[in-house]
Design a protein around this ligand. Sequence first.
Ligand SMILES: C[S@@+](CC[C@H](N)C(=O)[O-])C[C@H]1O[C@@H](n2cnc3c(N)ncnc32)[C@H](O)[C@@H]1O
Length: 293
Amino acid sequence: MVAEVVAGLNCQTDQVYVDGTVGQGGHAETILTHSAPAGQLVGLDRDPAALEVAAHRLQAFRSRFRLFHSCYTDLRDILRNCQIEQVAGIVLDLGLSTQQLKQSGRGFSFLREEILDMRMDPKTPVPTAAEILNTYSEPDLTRLFLRLGEERWSRRIARRIVVARRQTPINTTSQLVELIRQAIPSKARRGRIHPATRVFQALRIAVNQELEKLTAFIPLAVSLLAPGGRLAIIAYHSLEDRIVKQQFLTLEKTGQLRRLTRKPIIPSPTEVNRNPQARSAKLRVGVKGGNSN
Ligand SMILES: C[S@@+](CC[C@H](N)C(=O)[O-])C[C@H]1O[C@@H](n2cnc3c(N)ncnc32)[C@H](O)[C@@H]1O
């Protein structure tokens, strides 16, 4: 939804924009193109591998962009260090990049045999997915799969994990997939989505504290926007989208943000055909302080 993001941000030629999840630089590249010749971009990502790809992709824009290895919740400090007080637009494109899913080797995909790490920043000192699976109590695992994966069979899966880990620690994606298969009823193994989808989602969200970061970020982002500045957020599952929707509504009630999208913008069928990962994307855009310029 690159075109929709650029339209949502209303890119101008002499303003500063932030891409808080720069990934492989797709959105950043389009923002820099649409804000030529003098627009600036500050790009952040937690994943150093993503920043390398983005830096290479954006090199033609030379001095118009700066990239930082950082969580988007550190944006205030990053902007202060760049001596930038306010920006004209901020975008977050949440979730995983294709590179993380297919090439990182960190256990994000249940279709590959990898170690269950799942940290977006491999140097962050937080428990990995394997550490969670091997140390959480059965009720804690049940709650995690239920709350962050909305997994119907949470209790059975947690039980199976706790029994299995008494014999061998759970360290790989294939071990976890097999335990999930064993735990759920045979009918549930043949559903529309892969039976491991929700547990993998729950673990990734927990490891990276994704909901807490997003919740903290939205008011911070609004405080860093100039009047009339835009905030655009793409969410990929209902837990994220609910946070964006509710926070935008709360900020609107207090006059801090006006929603430009009452209903989220979703990708066109052509985009979904081209990139099936985009099928669940929902974009919401708000403008600071009720002024739509
Ligand atoms: C869907 S990808 C972004 C793709 C990007 N828009 C592009 O066009 O290439 C999401 C990116 O957000 C990063 N990310 C997720 N949570 C983050 C956080 N709290 N702070 C900074 N980056 C984060 C991930 O590492 C990943 O590279």
